[in-house]
Ligand binder design. Structure first.
Ligand code: GAP
Length: 441
């Protein structure tokens, strides 16, 4: 993890939030390469879950919602973690993770084991961030920052149904920020208090929920594989009954072997008709689906694949990280799937003479209308290759003295390091074909 965090900072993937003021704990900003990588992750999800499917609609809801949404969803009552404080040092721990925690004063001991520890009883701590709407800070103006994007989908179920002409089974998807006042955030992007979710609620006929649950679990695992995550680093873990969220009948996690160990990447839950029923009860609106063929009205069941955009970005970054030898030197290389790579093509002049920089920069401009391109003329050619390998650029185009003679350049592949000489005019079709091909490490 240390290698990843240091590369991420050095190359502009992530910076600590408010760094010049000493940083804000477990809040991260994405730099030029990180924001491009995360955008590519979200685009790949949106393409797989919305654009390529006739049965799924996308929406984008506001973060602040009516406070009664959270009463109905059960979050005000039940979205809590058990919290323990130390009266001496003021450290806070999750009661259910006490045996894995370290005493804040004496890290070689567990909380409670040091002679000066004075722990409180466990009490439930609600994870929702609270704020006030309007200028008056009273209980009537309390609103919450949404802790999941899913509720925006449930409260818009009828709106989407009536405006989209979808019929059950169908889904509604959303990507957006969620907020949780986590007691123990940390491990870089893995657990933060502000994060982005990619969630889809798939509405099905009751009784048909279990096959759909299996279907979505397989689809989601396959999505990570297709985007290059190694099989040996992925597994599915079924939740035990006592782990299930208050709304779920079943849940399976896609887990990734992070440097901190196997941990949840995404959860696929069978949320039954819990949410629609509760919102119907609390709002007084009929949120049932009318099945015209069967002439019956029912609350659909919901299968929910819920992923984190930041956690997925971290997994793609970790899985891509590799070190090997290139020309007798150690190189760090990010073997991103080309779809996710922040920069697709780098263009270099071999030398800063004979008009090579002008030619290379013209080529970079012509490629830029099709791909994300970086132009680089600083330092030795070897160092420029290393720089691009380190940020995961799949292809590099080099202009040299032969270019002025026959309009050819070399095209280098990041993974095999093979170089091919080709005509400049063939670059766009060649790169388009290569970037669209299925990719494997
Ligand atoms: N709507 C269901 C739901 O929110 P969840 O398992 O709590 O389920 C779904 O969250 C995904 O959101 C997780 O698998 C994870 O990828 C991401 N996520 C949840 N809490 C997070 C946090 N504090 N920091 C980063 N990502 C988080």
């Amino acid at each position: 993890m240390d290698n990843i965090v240091s590369l991420a900072k050095r190359r502009g993937f992530t910076f600590q939030s408010s760094e010049i003021y000493g940083g804000l704990s477990s809040c991260w900003d994405y730099g030029p390469l990180g924001s491009a990588l995360k955008r590519n992750v979200k685009d790949a999800w949106w393409n797989a879950m919305v654009e390529s499917r006739p049965d799924i609609e996308g929406i984008d809801c506001s973060i602040l919602m009516h406070p009664r949404v959270w009463e109905a969803s059960g979050h005000i009552e039940g979205f809590t973690d058990p919290l323990i404080d130390c009266r001496t040092c003021k450290a806070r721990y999750r009661a259910d993770q006490l045996d894995q925690a370290q005493c804040a004063v004496k890290p070689s001991k567990k909380p409670g084991e040091h002679s000066e520890c004075d722990l409180t009883e466990a009490r439930n701590f609600n994870l929702m961030f609270k704020t006030f709407m309007g200028p008056v800070e009273d209980t009537a103006s309390v609103v919450y920052m949404r802790p999941e994007t899913a509720q925006g989908i449930f409260v818009n179920f009828q709106n989407v149904l009536t405006t989209s002409r979808q019929k059950i089974p169908f889904g509604i998807a959303q990507i957006g920020k969620s907020f949780r006042n986590e007691i123990t955030p940390g491990n870089f992007l893995f657990r933060t208090r502000e994060f982005e979710q990619m969630e889809m609620e798939y509405f099905v006929k009751p009784g048909e929920d279990e096959p759909w649950y299996d279907y979505w679990a397989k689809q989601r695992l396959e999505w990570y594989r297709r985007l290059g995550i190694r099989d040996e680093n992925l597994r599915m873990r079924v939740h035990e009954a006592e782990e299930l969220a208050h709304y779920a009948k079943a849940c399976v996690d896609v887990e990734y072997k992070f440097p901190i160990g196997w941990s949840e990447l995404e959860g696929i839950a069978n949320r039954t008709d819990f949410d629609l029923r509760r919102h119907a009860e609390h709002s007084g609106k009929d949120l049932r689906f009318f099945d015209e063929a069967a002439r019956e009205r029912y609350f659909p069941y919901v299968i929910e694949p819920a992923a984190g955009a930041d956690r997925a970005t971290l997994a793609f970054l970790v899985d891509a990280y590799d070190q090997d030898d290139a020309d007798g030197e150690k190189r760090a290389v990010l073997r991103f799937h080309p779809t996710l790579a922040p920069v697709k093509v780098a263009v270099f002049p071999l030398m800063r003479k004979e008009g090579q920089p002008e030619r290379a920069s013209k080529i970079a401009d012509s490629l830029r209308t099709h791909f994300t391109v970086q132009y680089d003329q600083a330092g030795s050619i070897g160092r420029r290759y290393r720089r691009q390998d380190e940020i995961g650029t799949p292809y590099t185009v080099t202009v040299d003295h032969q270019t002025s003679e026959d309009d050819t350049v070399t095209l280098r592949d990041r993974d095999s390091m093979e170089q091919k000489r080709m005509k400049i005019e063939a670059l766009i079709p060649e790169l388009s074909t290569r970037l669209a091909q299925p990719w494997q490490r």
